[in-house]
Design a protein around this ligand. Structure first.
Ligand SMILES: Nc1ncnc2c1ncn2[C@@H]1O[C@H](COP(=O)(O)OP(=O)(O)O)[C@@H](O)[C@H]1O
Ligand SMILES: [Mg+2]
Length: 231
């Protein structure tokens, strides 16, 4: 399992345990994510994709099972360690972009640095470079709500990359995009792959899971891993 950047063994996530509305969202899922590959988690809505992504992205802890990220068992680590791993290892692209509409583009992109430890000027320069790369530097002082959908998408991706993450996690990234923007997004993700980054995408969009840049597809159903296929 050495080449696995992330692996889980029997990862289980139960929401509201022992309550009437108990929900087993993830049921003994064992998967591996390989370094430098694009892995897609595919499955109908409610199949546990987001729950699995949150666990491997150290955003939440499993109820049971093991989750190993870069050789470290993170399943039982205290929150402050998880925060560190999240910041240093992962970039997240969410379905709704999770941008703060009332604040500026530049502040949204700098968000992963709060509370700021790195020098302020250095952060500003980094943010500028990133915005320039995505062709939205001229909009840096505008509030996000003033931007078009495509521009917001670029801000969200810029924010996901500002920490130069080794692993990019995207949850239904095309859910609110038209075809042209979805194609742009796949091109951008393909660029990350060429840089040797590892990408994990949860999606039920055939446009993504039928793309050539996908290396492995993990199919989920009812919180379980149904099948793994390799290209
Ligand atoms: N915070 C939560 N509390 C209770 N149930 C949840 C929570 N998050 C997700 N679920 C439930 O867990 C199941 C799996 O959800 P999720 O992981 O979001 O699946 P997917 O991303 O494939 O749609 C669903 O039935 C969902 O309603
Ligand atoms: Mg989901």
């Amino acid at each position: 399992m050495e080449e696995s950047l992330i692996w889980t063994e029997g990862a289980t996530k139960i929401y509201n345990p022992r309550l009437p509305d108990e929900m087993v969202a993830l049921d003994k899922a064992s998967i591996t994510i390989r370094q430098g590959q694009v892995t897609v988690l595919k499955g109908p809505s409610g199949s546990g994709k987001t729950s699995l992504l949150s666990i491997i992205g150290c955003m939440s802890r499993p109820t049971a099972g093991r989750v190993v990220v870069k050789g470290k068992d993170v399943a039982k680590l205290p929150e402050r360690f998880l925060t560190g791993i999240r910041r240093n290892t992962f970039g997240f692209i969410f379905q709704q972009f999770n941008l703060i509409r009332e604040v500026s583009v530049q502040e949204n992109v700098a968000l992963p640095f709060y509370p700021m430890k790195t020098g302020f000027t250095e952060i500003r320069e980094r943010v500028d470079r990133m915005l320039d790369q995505f062709g939205i530097l001229a909009k840096k002082n505008l509030k996000v709500k003033k931007l078009s959908g495509g521009e917001q998408q670029r801000v969200a991706i810029a924010r996901a990359l500002i920490n130069d993450p080794e692993i990019i996690i995207a949850d239904e990234p095309t859910a609110h995009l038209d075809q042209a923007l979805a194609e742009d997004l796949v091109k951008i993700l393909d660029g990350f792959r060429r840089e040797g980054r590892t990408i994990v995408i949860a999606t039920h969009d055939p446009f993504i899971f039928e793309s050539n840049f996908v290396d492995r597809t993990i199919s989920m159903r009812n919180g379980q891993i149904e099948r793994v296929s390799e290209r």
